[in-house]
Design a protein around this ligand. Sequence first.
Ligand code: DOR
Ligand code: ZN
Length: 425
Amino acid sequence: MDKIIFRNGWLADVERGQLVEAELMVADGQIAAIGPNLATSGARVIDLAGRVLSPGFIDLHVHLREPGFEYKETIRSGTRAAAAGGFTTIACMPNTNPVLDSPELISWVQAQARAAGAVKVLPIAAISLGQEGKLINDFAALKANGAVAFSDDGRGVNSSRLMLTALQVARDLGCPIMAHEEDAELAAGGSINFGPISEQLGDPGIPAAAEYTMLARDIYLAEMSGGHLHVCHVSTAESVRLIRAAKKRGVKVTAEVAPHHLALTEAVVPALLGQAKVNPPLRSETDRQELLAGVIDGTIDVIATDHAPHANHEKTVPLQQAAFGFSGLETAFAVTQQALVLSGLLTLGELLPALTCRPAALLGLPQGRLVVGAPADLIVLDPHARWQVTPESLLSQGKNTPWLGQELTGRVLLTMIDGQIIFEA
Ligand code: DOR
Ligand code: ZN
């Protein structure tokens, strides 16, 4: 296979959280050398022109919608959107139709993803049969066929007994339980955060407590079982505080936050209505500030998109009828950069670990770092490029983003997987 050398730019040393000036050579699908002045004989040279070469992003929370909801997204369109967003590995959620609760379906998703030929797809299997919250699935058989974690995402696990058993079984297999924390009774009927804006709009509201009361339970169950609790899309200040305290006393808990919860609050709801509806909902500025603090102090381990594509007719309807979720893969870098880097809270070098080596470590993956011998899953970032979010600019079938029509800063110019360029802007 051809050699490629990237030169004249910055390399993301994600383990140190720094950008360094160096060259990188790819050969045989792997990172073959890193250093100054690599010999270029026989190699194709790519001039980075001062841009950033980073390990490809890794997203632990993506809804690919296939099987069953191909009108929202397919494995093909979703993985292409991922490549355009700089993601080279994504984990996909099992709330499809049928639900990913059998070894055969886990294998089927992987075969479809390989056929699509875009990014690496790691399936997450459902905790319970049909995600009905009653009968636990056969985790060992699901893992044997490629499931990397277990989740009933889209809804909370109401039964404490089921959650405890799931944490115990997953612990023995070395897999995380990815928990969507939501008390269905506290959240019932709400479309947006409970507070002055929900009152103003006549919505019952989803209180912050719908998230953090179940999270508190699950932290104790993780502590009791020794299982690994991974908290999906943390949205409230109290959740951050609970996770911070649990980590301090040694509970095996990790957490993710979505770009939209870092960048937006409920204040955008009156203008955007259905296009601002997501679960968990956009919260208050106090919540947002604590989420930012949680990323900065490491309480929140990773940034994950919760890419939830929907068709236009499911979003451009009155708030109460609109579907929950945002198309997030292609705006993730720019939005996260806006919230954490352009705001002066972190450097770009300090942000990148949350999108690369930390999600890799969470699942024990070899990718996510620029080291010799690692798979050449690489992206070129232009942190300064400005672009407009339009339906045509997105490869995802889901055009449901609150940033539609807006200009964002930061773009992915090139995506490479195992040494092959699969996307160029
Ligand atoms: O906004 C959301 N959309 N939150 C979820 O938990 C599920 C997701 C979806 O599947 O659409
Ligand atoms: Zn969820």
